[in-house]
Design a protein around this ligand. Structure first.
Ligand SMILES: N[C@@H](CCC(=O)N[C@@H](CS)C(=O)NCC(=O)O)C(=O)O
Length: 213
């Protein structure tokens, strides 16, 4: 059985958990106390992931990290959600890279600072991040105006990747996706209909915490 090292607040982990559930692949969750500093410990980096991050997926003796690499591996292995042609697979890769650079990363950082950071966030940093988030979300909103999913009519791992953080309660980020981005909202409703979808706090291990700041 797959083992997924993860914790409940992590949208990057949810991307993988959601795909495993959509593929009907059972997995054993391994709770990683990220907020307690586990991923920063030298011993954990030595034993589990030198990059100091979750998700980490174990498939027998194979250990994979980086959600984009894990999603790509699972899609190829199970023959689903990877894109049907070379052009589609390249398009999937293009969106995975955009997601990791701009869509998830700025939003994930903003939400973390606002909800779970060790000290009140710096308003100047948050304002800068908001500008970057608005830009990335505007691009995806425009793209989804004329498509059901990122690569056309069917969901792919690109959709699992970009949507991962958007199933968390809005009060954690304070970012009103539903009110500002109707096409993204409609796409999220379609993603929720994929068999296996469930809210992240029901899927991933670890206590749900109230937003701090
Ligand atoms: N691009 C990576 C990002 C992974 C990532 O940033 N994971 C966070 C949790 S959501 C983490 O473990 N961060 C540890 C750290 O930055 O110290 C992926 O998609 O897997």
């Amino acid at each position: 059985m797959y083992r997924l090292h993860c914790f409940s607040q992590s949208g990057n982990c949810f991307k993988v958990a959601f795909l495993l559930r959509a593929l009907r692949q059972p997995f054993e969750p391994v709770f990683i106390d990220y907020l307690g500093g586990v991923t920063r410990a030298a011993s954990w980096r030595e034993s589990t992931n030198e990059l100091g991050e979750v998700p980490v997926l174990e498939d027998g003796s194979r250990r994979l990290t980086q959600s984009g690499a894990i999603l790509t591996y699972l899609a190829a292995k199970h023959g689903a959600y990877g894109g049907d042609t070379e052009d589609e697979r390249l398009d999937v890769l293009r969106w995975l890279l955009f997601d990791n650079h701009k869509f998830t990363s700025y939003f994930g950082t903003f939400r973390f600072a606002k909800a779970f950071g060790p000290a009140p966030p710096d308003p100047a940093v948050m304002a800068w991040l908001l500008g970057r988030i608005d830009n990335a979300y505007g691009i995806v909103e425009k793209h989804l105006k004329s498509r059901a999913f990122l690569i056309g009519a069917k969901p792919t791992i690109a959709d699992f990747s970009l949507s991962g953080y958007l199933f968390y309660p809005v009060e954690e980020s304070g970012y009103d996706v539903a009110g500002r981005f109707p096409s993204i909202s409609a796409w999220l409703a379609r993603m929720r209909k994929i068999p296996g979808w469930a809210p992240p706090y029901e899927v991933l291990p670890g206590e749900r915490l109230p937003p701090k700041w």
